[in-house]
Design a protein around this ligand. Structure first.
Ligand code: SER
Length: 870
């Protein structure tokens, strides 16, 4: 069965069981400080389990792109070395939110595996939770008796808390799980050791394929469990492993999910897969990592120097490094794999198809720049090797290469090994640890548990209508970080504060108690859909009612910039074309920044057109038309564009100004006229194929104009109040270049004039024609004169000095014939004489110059010249 059919059959099966099929959520998590990437199928639904929102349906099924490359789940270093771990994998899942429970989850899983996929029942094992004393949880007898009706008892194994109790994190919903394992070994191997002994023992061919979690508890902050009001089901099946089982192969990399990519790597590198273990590891690394990097870029996460972008950059570099070292790939090659990847996966994940060109460009650029780093690193390493006494390169040197120049340490070790040298690994580790300690200290955060003040329903955001309201504190916690010191996080029952999101920064403002005490809110951030307000202090009486007030001037400026961002987006698509896609947006009070896909620099005419377009919409006084709850399909039909990498519900908010319509949760001006004016301040490149515009509106434009006006006045003043300052500057420039030319000519004439006079002054010393003299020339004049005299007079040594722009100059000319016969060297002479002018220099044996900062030393230098030649 082809992988496409395996996936399609899963979704069809659950659709028939009345599940709503949803598409995979983006992999990059935006509003959860505990999670950088989606690492399991249930992560995008976390908020429904914790009760911060309603699922679109009580039964859901999907295939979810998951990344296990950071935090609690990190498989990066395993990838390539075994045949069943991945950085990116698909998790097939079905969910019940307070609907069906164990009986249906188990019997449907069995039906799908054995009836639909027709897996032989004799190679399957299941596990059931055995209970845990500390947690006071019982054995899952319910699951056990359901399984007993399905499978023989000797195939039901008991599992402990580590394997059979699934928890989302330290706190939150959790529950016992039942796993299904498959034994893919040969009959001979099975006869030797029964599969039941290898379940959960990291055997590459006895693997878990499906995890059925029965969420029935909530883990509280004190570690104890309480029953959830409703029971849920969360299942996750590894798609690539399922393909391995159904396609009769023994490695995920031998399934059709990977083989087209592997064939392409073979073609590019000329290395066949399956011939050499070292090459195979490299091929698996590359085949795995290209998927991760391409999917991330499609989800809007470009490689960068920080956060999620840095993780992606490191993964790409890991693949390039394996290609470089083991497959001899010295030119960019990863981008050439994008074609087959998109062909294979582009139908299920249209974001890949739509952004193929961009993905290729970004990968190629990253590869090029990393290969340059490798090249430079190789030169530096060569230098280190040549200057190392003995055969051990110090950890400090290797660390500098790694830390400052980004050169991978394993490559250093490998190259040293080839040269029969070695790296002081322990010394390197010491340096690495020191650096880790430094960065840990710089980013240390300790967050206390939430203190609950009152039980309350979902928090409501009322900041679209009002900036001031009475609120109550629901919960708070203390956070101490090396960056911000002590801060408090407060959650209210309702809030006018906008929490940072969709590019728009969080609101600032204050809380006022009845007695007039004020607590400042420094920022507002979103965490699992709840607005968290950040303050330095806590109010005295936390149970009071407070007046919450948003700083309105700042909010208004942000709104001007947010609306202007929408108009800018519309302008770019109208003027440059509909290939323009938003790739990043930052809406601050002082400016806005907008990143978008476009393949060339914008011309100044295009920038002017864009400004004009936006300003004409501002002058058009377009009112805000907001719809809080429109079905997503309706919004898209109306022309709203969904962004890749954003998560949308079935019901969305749309913001319209004239023909600009966007899916947006942000706050906006009531009328575009409020923006007053829009001005682009810069246009630049962010990455290959991604441009960035920065712009300002309203007050900032007024400041910009008045500053510019001021500067213009100063310039005009400096130009003696010229009526046409531009013409005055152009005239000045042309006059200046004419004067420069005249000076050059004068210098040349002067040199000619002094030439005959200097020839007359030449003296004979030790059979040489010698002259040492200070001239009133510049460096090029000194050189011209020297060479002209040299052509006329034989056996000559000329030492000239000059003072130019406060610096001392020396030159030495020696007729070529006597350089060898008399063993003279102009370079050595100027270096010696250079000491007297506090400088140095050099050149060729027959002509050399020196510069120094002490013109007062010239007479002495010339005297020494005479002594030297005598
Ligand atoms: N949450 C469980 C897992 O990730 C089942 O989906 O394994």
């Amino acid at each position: 069965m082809k992988s496409q059919d395996i996936r399609a059959n899963f979704l069809k099966f659950f659709e028939e069981k009345k599940h709503t099929i949803v598409s995979s959520a983006p992999m990059v998590v935006k509003d959860d400080p505990t999670l950088m990437f989606v690492n399991s199928g249930m992560a995008p639904f976390k908020e429904y389990f914790v009760g911060n929102g309603q699922p679109p349906s009580k039964r859901i099924a999907d295939t979810q792109k998951c990344l296990r490359v950071s935090g609690k789940h990190n498989d990066l270093e395993e990838v390539g070395y075994d045949t069943y771990h991945h950085t990116l994998f698909e998790m097939l899942g079905n969910w019940s939110f307070g609907d069906y429970f164990k009986k249906e989850a188990i019997s449907w899983a069995w039906e799908l595996l054995t009836d639909v996929y027709k897996i032989d029942k004799n190679i399957l094992y299941v596990t059931v939770f055995e209970g845990d004393k500390k947690d006071k949880t019982e054995m899952d007898t319910e699951a056990f008796s359901i399984w007993k009706n399905i499978i023989s008892e000797d195939r039901i194994l008991m599992g402990n808390k580590k394997d059979n109790f699934w928890e989302m994190g330290e706190q939150g919903p959790c529950g016992p799980s039942s796993e299904i394992h498959i034994d893919l070994r040969s009959e001979k191997e099975k006869a030797e050791i029964p599969g039941s002994e290898l379940v959960n023992k990291d055997h590459p061919h006895v693997v878990e394929i499906w995890n059925l979690v029965f969420m029935e508890y909530n883990r509280k902050a004190d570690g104890s469990l309480e029953n959830l009001p409703q029971k849920h089901v969360d299942t996750g099946m590894g798609f690539e492993r399922l393909c391995m089982a159904l396609q009769g192969v023994q490695s995920n990399y031998d399934t059709d999910v990977f083989t087209p990519i592997i064939r392409e790597i073979e073609t590019i590198s000329g290395s066949d897969y399956g011939q050499n273990e070292q090459h195979d590891i490299a091929i698996r690394v590359i085949a795995d990592h290209i998927r991760t990097v391409a999917f991330s870029i499609a989800d809007g996460q470009l490689p960068s120097n920080t956060g999620a972008g840095y993780v992606i950059r490191r993964i790409l570099r890991r693949a390039v490094r394996y290609g470089f070292t083991f497959l001899n790939q010295k030119e960019p090659f990863m981008y050439r794999l994008v074609d087959v990847l998109v062909k294979k996966m582009g139908t299920t994940f249209p974001e890949l198809n739509a952004q193929k060109q961009l993905i290729q460009n970004v990968i190629k650029e990253e590869e090029t720049s990393f290969l340059k780093t490798l090249d430079q690193g190789l030169i530096l390493l060569d230098r280190i090797i040549n200057t190392t006494k003995g055969d051990v390169v110090s950890g400090d040197k290797a660390f500098e290469l790694y830390d400052t120049y980004g050169f991978p340490v394993d490559l250093t070790a490998l190259i040293l090994q080839e040269k029969n040298m070695r790296l002081d690994e322990a010394g390197f580790q010491t340096q690495l640890e020191k650096q880790k300690k430094r960065s840990r200290a710089a980013s240390e955060v300790s967050t206390e548990d939430w203190t609950i003040i009152r039980e309350d329903d979902e928090q409501e955001f009322i900041g679209y209508e009002t900036l001031e309201t009475k609120v109550k504190i629901v919960r708070y916690r203390k956070e101490v970080s090396s960056k911000h010191g002590t801060q408090y996080q407060l959650v209210f029952n309702l809030t006018p504060f906008y929490a940072e999101g969709g590019g728009q920064v969080g609101d600032k403002g204050y809380l006022e108690a009845a007695n007039g005490d004020v607590i400042y809110i420094l920022d507002t951030k979103k965490e699992n859909n709840v607005a968290v307000h950040i303050s330095r202090d806590l109010p005295k009486n936390l149970t009071d009612s407070f007046t919450a007030v948003v700083e309105n001037k700042q909010r208004f400026r942000i709104e001007c910039n947010h609306t202007a961002t929408h108009l800018l987006h519309q302008a770019l698509r109208e003027i440059l074309g509909v290939h323009v896609e938003q790739k990043g947006s930052a809406v601050h009070s002082k400016y806005l920044r907008f990143d978008f896909s476009h393949f060339s620099k914008l011309s100044s005419e295009e920038l002017q057109q864009v400004e004009h377009f936006v300003n004409s919409r501002i002058e058009g006084r377009l009112p805000l038309e907001e719809q809080r709850a429109v079905p997503m399909t309706q919004a898209v039909a109306d022309g709203a564009i969904a962004l890749f990498g954003e998560k949308y519900g079935d019901v969305v908010r749309t913001v319209r100004f004239g023909n600009s319509i966007e899916l947006c949760g942000g706050t906006h001006v009531k009328n575009t006229a409020d923006i007053w004016h829009f001005k682009i301040t810069s246009e630049s490149a962010v990455a290959s194929g991604i441009r960035r515009i920065e712009a300002i509106t309203n007050d900032a434009v007024k400041d910009y104009f008045s500053e510019n006006d001021q500067r213009f006045k100063q310039i005009r003043n400096a130009l003696n109040n010229a009526a046409d300052p531009v013409k005055a500057v152009v005239d000045l420039k042309s006059e200046n270049s004419q004067l420069k030319k005249q000076i050059e000519q004068l210098q040349k004439d002067k040199a000619k004039g002094v030439k005959s006079q200097l020839i007359a002054e030449i003296q004979s010393i030790n059979g040489l024609n010698f002259l040492a003299k200070k001239l009133d020339l510049d460096a090029s004049g000194m050189k011209d004169v020297s060479f002209e005299i040299g052509q006329k007079v034989e056996n000559v040594v000329l030492i000239f000095a000059a003072e130019h722009n406060g610096k001392a100059l020396l030159s030495c000319y020696i007729s070529k014939d006597i350089v060898a016969s008399k063993k003279l060297n102009a370079g050595a002479i100027v270096r010696t004489l250079g000491n007297y002018i506090e400088g140095g220099g050099g050149g060729q044996p027959f002509f050399a110059t020196a510069g120094g900062k002490n013109p007062a030393g010239i007479p002495e230098a010339l005297e020494q010249a005479v002594t030297l030649i005598s």
